[in-house]
Design a protein around this ligand. Structure first.
Ligand code: FES
Length: 102
């Protein structure tokens, strides 16, 4: 589970930041920080969470069916199953703060 380093997730355009623990998905990291991202299945199939990766690199434990190779090449990621390989930033204009964001 902890095959990725501790990192920081930035959510733009709001400019919010959330710590990402090793092995934690970007969606889980945002939720822990009180930031609500679009999501539904949480297992990489529905695409409800799909957003653009603006900075950094993500990894997946398997090739998720929710993204085509072309979409991955264009920078689309699935935060519910994406692990940060280092500090990352995503474009999530509809993210909401469920508590005071960091
Ligand atoms: S919540 Fe369904 S693919 Fe991420």
């Amino acid at each position: 589970m902890s095959d990725t380093p501790a990192a920081t997730l930035r959510i733009l355009p709001q400019g919010w930041a959330a710590p990402v623990q090793p092995g934690q998905s970007l969606l889980e990291a945002a939720q822990t920080a009180g930031i609500r991202l679009a999501r539904s299945c949480r297992n990489g199939t529905c695409r409800a969470c799909r957003c653009l990766l603006l900075e950094g690199t993500v990894r997946y434990r398997i090739d998720w069916p929710g993204l085509s190779a072309d979409e991955k090449a264009d920078g689309w990621v699935l935060p519910c199953v994406a692990l940060a390989a280092g500090d990352v930033a995503i474009d999530a204009p509809f993210a909401q703060a469920s508590s005071t964001p960091p």
